[in-house]
Design a protein around this ligand. Structure first.
Ligand SMILES: NC(=O)C1=CN([C@@H]2O[C@H](COP(=O)(O)OP(=O)(O)OC[C@H]3O[C@@H](n4cnc5c(N)ncnc54)[C@H](O)[C@@H]3O)[C@@H](O)[C@H]2O)C=CC1
Ligand SMILES: O=C(O)[C@@H]1CCC=N1
Length: 277
């Protein structure tokens, strides 16, 4: 199976390396390009066999299944530039949230899908958010889902829950890292613990909690109850969280929804189909 990747920044590189790590795709099955070609070339030096080509158009000539891993506004011009070599049996996969699959298919002669990855996919875990265009046949759906299963838990999502799903799955690692940093700095500023020791303890704890969830030992609620011994110290901490967190997460999800509307306002004029909501 030849897989094309256009754009080898953070996410393009992550997908290539994860598919290779999972052994789902051999380096020799990749045809890749990047605007700054040296970035793609450094990947082909790291993984012998990856083929680097000079343009998006060349990727479409060499591969039928193509991941487009560039910023939202760059997608439309890229598809237009490659237009005369895109055929009905290509499959175009975009990895960004503010472009709907209908918008992609409206500017293509072939099926399109959207796969929003997460930085955690590089550990061959976490979700990928999957949405199929109307032109995707059952065969296309099955083979793309199987491919994604090698690096993630593919979850099919409807357009309406795109932003919040990506907030949880793809932005979530950054949100949690921020919260963990705040926990560490508060621990350091209010007690005698060093930043190094606090970071070590928190990191070990997070890895352990992840493993407990992976082993399905506890749900969020049962884990919380197990630690919260009656009359104990955890309950005192949870009470502070309940009293003081306020509506911070409601505000967060509202703010990202508003940013999503702004992103669509920029991207939508490029496509003939406007979003329905
Ligand atoms: N960073 C993250 O955790 C996630 C990002 N995404 C989405 O992935 C997309 C890419 O994000 P990043 O990889 O972080 O960005 P990035 O800026 O690291 O990578 C984009 C790459 O595309 C290349 N590029 C741009 N136009 C090109 C063209 N016409 N032909 C060939 N290469 C071209 C650039 O040179 C750059 O290397 C964004 O739309 C983002 O929304 C999706 C899920 C998670
Ligand atoms: O398009 C998205 O939703 C992702 C989430 C993080 C960056 N881009």
């Amino acid at each position: 199976m030849t897989i094309g990747v256009i754009g080898t920044g953070n996410m393009g590189t992550l997908l290539i390396e994860s598919f290779i790590r999972s052994k789902a795709i051999q380096p020799s099955e990749f045809v890749i390009t990047n605007r700054t070609l040296s970035k793609a070339e450094s990947l082909s030096k790291k993984y012998e066999g990856i083929q680097v080509v000079p343009s998006a158009k060349s990727v479409f000539k060499e591969a039928k299944t193509i991941f487009i891993c560039v910023k939202p506004l760059s997608i439309y011009p890229l598809l237009k530039e490659a237009n005369d070599v895109i055929e009905h049996n290509h499959l175009v996969i975009s990895i960004t949230s503010p472009i709907r699959v209908e918008q992609l298919e409206s500017s293509l002669p072939c099926p399109a899908a959207r796969v929003i990855p997460s930085i955690v996919n590089q550990t061959l875990s976490g979700s990928t958010l999957l949405t199929f265009g109307e032109r995707c046949t059952e065969e296309v759906k099955t083979s793309l889902t199987q491919l994604l299963q090698s690096i993630s838990n593919p979850i099919e999502i409807e357009e309406e829950i795109t932003r919040v799903s990506s907030d949880l799955s793809s932005c979530g690692p950054a949100f949690l890292s921020y919260l963990f940093e705040r926990m560490i700095s508060a621990a350091v500023s209010t007690t005698e613990i060093t930043e190094e020791k606090a970071t070590q303890l928190l990191t070990d704890m997070v890895i352990g909690v992840g493993k407990l969830f992976e082993e399905k030992t506890y749900t969020l609620d049962t884990l919380k109850k197990k630690v919260m011994v009656k009359g104990g110290v955890t309950g005192v901490g949870i009470q502070i969280l309940e009293d003081e967190l306020g509506e911070v997460f409601e505000h967060l999800f509202k703010a990202t929804q508003m940013k999503f509307v702004e992103d669509h306002k920029e991207v939508d004029p490029q496509y003939s189909i406007k979003p329905s909501s």
